[in-house]
Design a protein around this ligand. Structure first.
Ligand code: TRP
Ligand code: SF4
Length: 404
């Protein structure tokens, strides 16, 4: 293991239809940024889509390929990030099953999305075993890569919290390997005299005085050690923290700032509101959608003044226009100096400019599906290697290694 485990980032997206500009401004730009700083795993959560769409599965398979083309087209780089499909890494399912053994049903029932989504999607029967297990499957997705950070929106934070609780419970139950203290002491000695002394000091300060800075420094110290094995690293971490061996580290949510991308009606852009512009929507359709979008209702005639604060077009200017254009809108709208179509033109131009390179790249990928498939094959293989490594350890500590 050359890369430090907790610098790993993992996130997933359900394939439920075409991606739109809301996804781009909220999630995808963030992913593109993260891939330069972290070892990133991004995957298509097709099994998660199945929990709610089990009656109409066609949309899922259609979307998987499209979503990956979208990711690649916005600049998720397979040279930097591992891109894969959940169902092609069946190790997630095995970890999900094993974790289900130690997961109290009440923990799942009290995850807020469980009841919320059942209420919201009334037309579907979501009183299924699979849907109850949704956040546990997500937990397995995260823990199998020992991801330190999970970029998600506000609505997913409770799921990350569950995965922390499950990791803690798992480590508590199975982190007490026989002879843990002796093994930990041996690992301390392997650090070398000076480092062992530093580690012992920090451990003592945390254990005896509860000094959180000592804990933070101890963790950073272990992160920086190049020459210790993964097993020893986890023992030393567990020993520092006062528990047993940390087999599945607790992940942290990396909250994605809420996308400010408005929809065509001024509400949040979302497929369920039917107010979206697709990431690679045809230019003519983009023009039509923007030209016909509603404006301040006070501007019935061209000569009626309006108020940008009451107009969804203004929200687009806030995202796309530089200060001078915004000032032009403010003045022209309030004085009826400009018409609404004039006002929309810079937005139309900016959206088309933003989409042009994305559309261009997506056309290249669509014309060459074999390349896309090869990227996914490679990503799935890389993900499986990482996932298997964790699963081996999990089987080991659960005494399931005889199955080999
Ligand atoms: N539940 C997430 C969503 O709806 C998708 C997802 C599945 C996910 N597994 C994950 C996100 C693991 C982060 C990590 O958006
Ligand atoms: Fe909206 Fe612009 Fe028309 Fe004013 S001029 S109502 S901001 S579209």
């Amino acid at each position: 293991m050359s890369l430090i485990a907790n610098k790993r980032v993992l996130s997933g997206m359900r394939p439920t239809g075409q991606l739109h500009l809301g996804h781009y401004h909220g999630v995808l730009k963030n992913w593109v940024r993260l891939q330069h700083e972290y070892e990133c795993f991004f995957f298509v959560a097709d099994w998660h889509a199945l929990t709610t769409s089990y009656e109409a599965t066609g949309i899922i398979s259609d979307s998987v390929f499209d979503i990956i083309v979208d990711w690649l087209s916005v600049g998720i780089n397979p040279g930097e990030a591992t891109i894969f499909v959940q169902s092609r890494v069946p190790e997630h399912a095995e970890l999900h099953l094993l974790l289900s053994m130690i997961t109290p049903i009440s923990w799942l029932e009290r995850v807020p999305t469980y009841k919320d989504q059942q209420e919201k999607l009334k037309e579907r029967d979501l009183s299924t075993y699979g849907f109850l297990g949704y956040p546990l499957l997500q937990t397995a997705d995260i823990l199998i890569y020992k991801a330190g950070h999970v970029p998600v929106g506000e609505d997913q934070v409770a799921h990350i919290e569950l995965s922390r609780e499950i990791a803690r419970r798992f480590n508590f139950l199975y982190g007490r390997e026989p002879g843990f203290e002796e093994k930990a002491e041996a690992a301390v000695r392997k650090l070398g005299k000076r480092n062992a002394k530093l580690y012992e000091e920090l451990r003592k300060r945390y254990q005896e005085e509860g000094d959180p800075e000592a804990l933070a420094r101890g963790r950073a110290f272990l992160d920086a050690q190049q020459n210790i094995s993964l097993g020893d690293r986890e023992r030393l971490l567990g020993y520092l923290e006062g528990g047993g061996k940390v087999i599945l580290p607790e992940p942290q949510a990396l909250l994605t700032p809420e996308s400010k991308m408005p929809g065509l009606d001024g509400e949040k852009m979302s497929k369920s509101y039917n107010n979206t512009i697709a990431l690679r929507e045809a230019p003519d359709s983009v023009r039509t959608k923007l030209r016909t979008m509603p404006t301040d209702p006070a501007r019935v005639r061209r000569t009626d003044p309006g108020d940008p604060a009451k107009c969804p077009v203004w929200k687009f200017h806030e995202i796309y226009s530089p200060p001078d254009v915004r000032q032009w809108v403010q003045e022209g709208c309030r004085s009826a100096g400009i018409g609404c179509l004039d006002c929309k033109q810079p937005v139309i131009d900016a959206v088309l400019t933003e989409q042009a390179p994305i559309r261009e790249r997506s056309e290249e990928f669509l014309a060459d599906p074999d390349t896309v498939r090869a990227i996914v094959d490679e990503g799935c293989e890389a993900a499986r290697i990482a996932a298997r490594e964790t699963l081996e350890e999990v089987r080991e500590v659960m005494n399931l290694s005889y199955r080999r």
